[in-house]
Design a protein around this ligand. Structure first.
Ligand SMILES: Cc1cc2nc3c(=O)[nH]c(=O)nc-3n(C[C@H](O)[C@H](O)[C@H](O)COP(=O)(O)OP(=O)(O)OC[C@H]3O[C@@H](n4cnc5c(N)ncnc54)[C@H](O)[C@@H]3O)c2cc1C
Length: 383
């Protein structure tokens, strides 16, 4: 069988690309290793969508139950440093919109369902003259003008194409869970607290019509070497959140993820391209993972659609290289910036602690720097 586009990975980014190309009359098939999101019983993870991502979803007609964040407060629990980002500083109504991860994935998969082949995966990729040939785990063979890898970290498409990955293990684990806040007065405020017990992020979320909070707590592995996760959370949550005026209470089980980042040295070769977490992953502190993926997908679709309309080959080196040029350096800057932040806040050196508190307070007073930072995080910069 021959398809113009085959997408490996039916996650949020893979489904987005399928739906966006479909709007322009470019059909694609999605190969997804797992079952549909609806089959999953756990719905704890949340995702914060920046204004650019939110608009891309609205443009596809996707509406979600979200909480809007209009203020982000960043503070150092062991010092006086703090920064506050407010949406009105950049003329936006919200800095981000927080949704349940599975609700978004379920909506995307539902819309893309006729094109998704669940429980299948690619086992080999080979280049024919004009086309790329793939073999699936059921031994069937398919041919395509363009193979897109949106199959997450450790992407099989990236590995089978021999793209080289630079990996960095943070030696941290992220705990994520749903929580309630006693006063419930901060439903538009996200907080990030840096402390010697890790980085604690609290985001408002609207779930089944209730105002709740989602926690992503990144903890150095050394602190949880001899203690189980539930005990660590119950022992430290009050101390870590003492900057927040009211008590935070756990409302779900805790799920945990090891934290690392990676970046591929190349995103493409003739007939094959990778996007989203298949190409790069970032510390969740930034809340930028899915947003970088959407920005990749948006630019890739722009280049494919432009080539298609001009009658060019959509899998050609020229078309895919343009996408890589427009996205790789921007992603690299974001990854490096996050590493710098984590290094700065991970340090227990007293001089660095003093400097970072001074730095945070200074940064908070310089409005043009804050506007620059918010604009980058909101995804409004496009090459
Ligand atoms: C704790 C935590 C919190 C996070 N919070 C945020 C946040 O608030 N905001 C944010 O922007 N980002 C956040 N992220 C990151 C975000 O979840 C990812 O960036 C995003 O899910 C990447 O989307 P993707 O579609 O590229 O990849 P994935 O979501 O990984 O999807 C890949 C898909 O490919 C499928 N697949 C895998 N292997 C194969 C194969 N061999 N063949 C076919 N299919 C395959 C998988 O089943 C999956 O459906 C967070 C991450 C973590 C770990």
């Amino acid at each position: 069988m021959k398809y113009p586009v085959i997408i490996s990975g039916g996650g949020i980014i893979g489904c987005y690309i399928h739906l966006r190309l479909k709007q322009e009359g470019i059909p694609s098939l999605i190969i997804e290793k797992g079952l549909a999101a609806r089959e999953s019983e756990i719905n704890i993870r949340t995702i914060s969508l920046n204004p650019s991502t939110y608009k891309l979803l609205l443009d596809l007609g996707i509406q979600l139950e979200t909480a809007s964040v209009n203020t982000i407060k960043v503070s150092d629990r062991d010092g006086s440093g703090k920064i506050e980002f407010v949406a009105s500083e950049v003329g936006e109504e919200a800095l981000s919109h927080v949704a349940m991860f599975n609700d978004l994935l379920d909506k995307m998969q539902d819309l893309a369902k006729p094109a998704i082949q669940f429980e299948s995966e690619i086992t080999s990729i080979s280049k024919l003259e004009e086309l790329t040939k793939i073999t699936l785990n059921n031994n069937s063979e398919l041919k395509t003008s363009l193979l897109i890898g949106s199959d997450g970290r450790k992407s099989p498409v990236a590995q089978l194409s021999n793209f080289i990955s630079k990996d960095n293990d943070y030696k941290q684990t992220a705990f994520t869970f749903l929580a309630s806040e006693e006063s419930a007065s901060n439903i538009f405020v996200a907080s990030q607290i840096f402390s010697d017990k890790g980085i604690f992020a609290l985001m408002p979320i609207k779930h089944e019509n209730k105002n709740m909070f989602s926690v992503v707590w990144s903890v150095p592995n050394i602190l949880i070497k001899d203690i189980n996760i539930d005990d660590f959370v119950s022992k430290n949550i009050d101390t870590v959140t003492s900057n927040i005026s009211s008590k935070i209470t756990l409302e779900s089980e805790i799920i945990s993820f090891p934290l690392s980042n990676h970046h591929l040295d190349s995103y493409m070769k003739e007939g094959v391209v990778v996007v989203g977490d298949a190409a790069h992953s970032i510390h969740p502190l930034a809340g930028q993972g899915i947003n970088l993926g959407f920005a990749d997908a948006d630019i890739l679709c722009e280049e494919i659609i432009a080539a298609f309309k001009k009658g060019y080959s959509i899998g050609s080196y020229r078309v895919l290289k343009k996408y890589e040029i427009r996205r790789k350096s921007i992603n690299e800057i974001m990854l490096k910036a996050m590493d710098g932040f984590i290094g700065l806040f991970g340090s227990t050196n007293i001089y660095i602690k003093v400097l970072r508190n001074l730095g945070l307070n200074l940064f908070n007073k310089i409005s043009f720097m804050k506007v620059f930072f918010i604009n980058h995080a909101s995804g409004s910069h496009k090459l």
